[in-house]
Design a protein around this ligand. Sequence first.
Ligand SMILES: NC(=O)c1ccc[n+]([C@@H]2O[C@H](COP(=O)([O-])OP(=O)(O)OC[C@H]3O[C@@H](n4cnc5c(N)ncnc54)[C@H](OP(=O)(O)O)[C@@H]3O)[C@@H](O)[C@H]2O)c1
Length: 173
Amino acid sequence: MPHENYPLVAVVAMARNRVIGDGEKLLWHLPGDLKRVKMMTMGRPMIMGRRTYESIGRPLPGRANIVLTSRRDYRPDGVMIAHDPETALAMAAEWISGKNDRIGEIIIFGGGEIYRAFLDRTDRVELTEVDLAPEGSATFPGLEDDQWQSEEAEVIAASGDAPGHAFLTLNRR
Ligand SMILES: NC(=O)c1ccc[n+]([C@@H]2O[C@H](COP(=O)([O-])OP(=O)(O)OC[C@H]3O[C@@H](n4cnc5c(N)ncnc54)[C@H](OP(=O)(O)O)[C@@H]3O)[C@@H](O)[C@H]2O)c1
């Protein structure tokens, strides 16, 4: 099946200033968000940038880990390597069709460069808005308000070390 038929879903946690990380790691610890990310990505292929893969440091189980890099000699165990976005999408589609318990959605897993590379064809954004404004080099791209419809958010108050945050689903109009 051509990948055009599978929706592209960006899963991201972003601060008020659009920062998502510093290029090496996340800038907050939100266990509830990690659980939500797991639920939204299980059984699906995930496309991520080489820096994001290295920040995680291992393939995430139960999902295809497709890593985009320009490095021809980059071959960590347990991941699929793509050197351009089209190839990554084709690998994702092939993985979905490889077994019938796989879910027909392609996850755009970040970071900033990868969200940008796929933004024009992203169908849905599963967004966690984090009530912080940290400094960081990696950002989520701006979304035109008139192109995205936001569904009601679940708001979680700050507690202990965890900042307040809200879960939103944005569908392309
Ligand atoms: N908050 C969140 O939800 C979230 C999610 C994911 C990541 N993050 C954070 O985001 C930061 C990383 O983001 P980032 O923007 O710095 O890097 P990134 O998008 O994770 O990775 C960038 C790398 O991907 C490869 N790449 C990008 N476009 C490519 C293309 N068209 N073809 C082939 N390879 C391509 C290049 O790898 P090579 O240099 O190897 O060529 C590039 O250096 C980290 O701090 C991470 O923790 C946050």
